[in-house]
Design a protein around this ligand. Structure first.
Ligand code: NAP
Length: 331
C-alpha cells in the first residue's frame, strides 16, 4: 500500500438494536508514526462480542462513538523492527485501519502452516479455542450421547459439532436457513440440522432427540435455550457460551427457568474463552492435524475491502453471515 493513503473505520453512532452500516464510517487516517512495528492489516475478525462492546456491556470494555473500531487482526509486518521481519504474518488486537503501528509485544506470529492466514481468526483462533475449551472441558462428550449446538454454521458452533461427532456423539445442529443447514450436514458431518426459520423448534427437537438431550452448547440463549432445557436428559451437560438472541436488545430479556436445569440434575457452566488460553497450543496442534487430514471442515464469509467492514459486521449481527466472518483488507 502507498504511504500517502491510510483509512480507518470509526463508530459513527451507537447502534440502536440491530446495527446498520450507517453506524460506522470510513475515514482517512494519518500514517502511523512513532513507536511500534509498522504492519498492513490483512484480515479483520468480525465477532458477535463486538456488539456488546458497542453497548458498553462486554467484559473486554466499551468502544465509544467517535473511536476507531478494533478487534483481532491478521497483519503483515511492513518494516524490519526488533525481532519482526518484513512479510511476517502476525495476529494482534488492533484498529480497523489499513496500516497500523503496534507494540512488538502485542504481536503473535501466525505459523506458516496456518493457511490461509485467516484461520488464525477462525477455526485455529479465538472461535476455535472457544469450541475446543467448551467441548473438552465443559461438555466432555461420550460415545452414543446426543449433542445439540446452536449457530451450527458459524465458526464456534461448526467446530463444536465436529469435535462432539469425533468423540462419538450424535450431533444435532440448529441454524437459520437451507444453506446454513445443508453445510453442517454435508460438509461438517452433523447427523441432523434444524432450520430455525422454517421448522417449529420444539417439534423438530423432539423428532431429532427422542431420548432427550445429553449435551447442549448454547450460542444463542432466549427461547432456544428454553426449548433445549425442556428436553434435557438426566445428567445433561450444558455449556452457556453466547447470547445472540439478546446482543441487539437494549435490555436483557427475562431468562429461562432454572427449575428445568435442576429437574434434569444438569451441569451448566458458563464459558469465557479468556480463561482457557493455556489450552491454545493443544488446540492449534490438535485442530491443525484434523484440518490437514481433511477431518475438520471450516467455512469463511469474507467481505472485500476496509470500506465494507461496517456493513459486514451488520450482516454478522443480523445472522446473515455464513461461516467465520472476516474482512479482507489487503492481499
Ligand atoms: N463465551 C465466550 O468466551 C465466547 C467466545 C467466542 C464466541 N462466543 C459466542 O459464540 C457464539 C457464536 O459465535 P461465532 O463467532 O461462531 O458467530 P456466528 O455463528 O458466525 O454468528 C452468530 C450466529 O448466531 C445465529 N443466531 C441465532 N439467533 C440469532 C439472532 N437472534 N440474531 C442473530 N443471529 C442469531 C446466526 O446463525 P443462524 O441464523 O444459522 O442461527 C448467526 O449467524 C456467539 O454468541 C458469540 O458471542 C462466546
Amino acid at each position: 500500500m502507498g504511504t500517502e493513503s491510510n483509512q480507518r473505520v470509526v463508530v459513527a453512532r451507537r447502534p440502536a438494536g440491530r446495527p446498520v452500516p450507517a453506524d460506522f464510517a470510513l475515514q482517512s487516517a494519518a500514517q502511523p508514526e512513532g513507536e511500534g512495528v509498522l504492519c498492513d492489516v490483512l484480515f479483520i475478525s468480525l465477532d458477535p462480542y463486538l456488539r456488546g462492546r458497542l453497548s458498553g456491556r462486554h467484559i473486554s470494555g466499551p468502544i465509544a462513538v467517535g473511536e476507531v473500531m478494533s478487534s483481532e487482526l491478521v497483519l503483515r509486518v511492513a518494516e524490519d523492527c526488533g525481532g519482526c521481519r518484513v512479510g511476517d504474518r502476525v495476529r494482534a488486537f488492533g484498529p480497523w485501519q489499513r496500516r497500523v503501528r503496534l507494540p512488538a509485544a502485542a504481536l503473535t506470529p501466525v505459523p506458516q502452516n496456518v493457511a490461509p492466514a485467516s484461520l488464525a481468526l477462525g477455526v485455529l483462533g479465538m472461535p476455535g479455542l472457544t469450541a475446543y475449551a467448551g467441548v473438552t472441558r465443559l461438555l466432555q462428550p461420550q460415545a452414543g450421547q446426543t449433542a445439540v449446538v446452536s449457530a451450527a454454521a458459524g465458526p464456534v458452533g461448526a467446530t463444536v459439532g465436529q469435535l462432539c461427532k469425533a468423540a462419538g456423539a450424535r450431533v444435532v445442529g440448529i441454524a437459520g436457513g437451507g444453506e446454513k443447514c445443508a453445510w453442517p450436514l454435508n460438509q461438517a458431518g452433523f447427523d441432523v440440522a434444524i432450520d430455525r426459520h422454517r421448522q417449529p423448534l420444539r417439534e423438530a427437537l423432539d423428532a431429532a432427540c427422542p431420548d432427550g438431550i445429553d449435551l447442549y452448547f448454547d450460542n444463542v440463549g432466549g427461547d432456544m435455550l428454553q426449548a433445549v432445557l425442556e428436553r434435557l436428559a438426566l445428567g445433561a451437560r450444558v455449556a452457556l457460551c453466547g447470547l445472540m438472541d439478546q446482543y441487539n436488545q437494549e435490555m436483557p430479556p427475562p431468562g429461562p427457568n432454572p427449575a428445568l436445569i435442576i429437574r434434569a440434575r444438569a451441569m451448566v457452566q458458563g464459558l469465557v474463552v479468556y480463561d482457557h488460553e493455556d489450552l491454545r497450543g493443544r488446540m492449534e496442534a490438535d485442530l491443525s492435524v484434523r484440518l490437514q487430514a481433511g477431518e475438520l471442515a471450516f467455512k469463511e464469509d469474507v467481505a472485500e475491502g476496509l470500506g465494507e467492514a461496517g456493513a459486514a459486521f451488520c450482516r454478522l449481527m443480523a445472522g446473515k453471515t455464513f461461516g467465520k466472518a472476516l474482512v479482507k483488507v489487503a492481499d
